[in-house]
Design a binder for this molecule. Sequence first.
Ligand SMILES: NC(=O)c1ccc[n+]([C@@H]2O[C@H](COP(=O)([O-])OP(=O)(O)OC[C@H]3O[C@@H](n4cnc5c(N)ncnc54)[C@H](O)[C@@H]3O)[C@@H](O)[C@H]2O)c1
Length: 279
Amino acid sequence: MNDALKDRTILITGITDAGSLALSIARQAREEGANIVCSGLGRTEYHASISDRAADFLDKTYAAFEATVKAELGEDTPMFPLDVTLDGSIEDFCQALSQQNIQLDGFLHSIAMDKTIKAGVVIKSILDVTKDEFFSAMDVSAYSLVSLTRGLIQNNLLKKDSSILALSYLGAEKVAYHPYKNIGVAKAALERIVVELAYELGVSHNIKVNAIRFSPYTGSKAGSAIQGLAEAVEFCEKHSPLGNARPEDLAWESTYLLRPYGRVTGEIRNVDGGYHIRG
Ligand SMILES: NC(=O)c1ccc[n+]([C@@H]2O[C@H](COP(=O)([O-])OP(=O)(O)OC[C@H]3O[C@@H](n4cnc5c(N)ncnc54)[C@H](O)[C@@H]3O)[C@@H](O)[C@H]2O)c1
């Protein structure tokens, strides 16, 4: 065991259940000495006008998040509700961190959503994507990296020398083997935001910002909903020189990038068993 993250406090977003990639990263960060703080999608006062169905979804999602974090990371792990699409929710989350005197040495952005991806539904072609579907995928999956980072910085919650890490996919750059359409465009924006933030925050705060593109993975809620992903997992397993990367591989590379030392920033890393080198 190494203690590269000893005494570092890392915010982990994006845990829903035991299959969430963020959970593997949280476990490895804790193993390396980090204090873990978690945010999960849940109902806030800013959701007052939503339908009963939407409220029920948010409540169940938050309950699953809490149960998973308690069981896997410990009862005393600080947990907070956060909907990254709502400025008020980001501000309340930041206030809650401040009230508990929590200062961060970095965070994991492990958040994505695309309304055109639903279990059992054929993913829309780009030509059919509505303005609402386009901007909502951008909002949740890309712009949220800007708004969450800004909230944390404006509230003095991200220390100098912090490290920010976002999760992406090869479909940000290329037409993927399986349909990864609207969300692919959002991932392209996310990666571009990573690079811009790496420059701005490197200069202003000595903060590093990187992203990792991971292998296709059906073990999570988001992954299991993507049409054709199971076939892509098989295809990439066969065609990657090392076979598909596993959540542990992602976790090792993630904690490496979350370390305080090493002047690595603006990187879009591939943790995919080498699939990306194939023609
Ligand atoms: N599964 C894959 O094949 C794969 C491959 C490469 C990259 N990724 C990326 O990894 C990340 C995590 O995905 P996962 O596969 O672990 O699935 P997941 O479903 O466990 O995680 C997605 C998370 O996004 C959260 N989320 C959605 N909308 C939100 C909002 N408005 N506010 C706050 N949180 C919100 C969900 O609650 C969930 O926790 C995503 O960015 C995903 O695109 C996944």
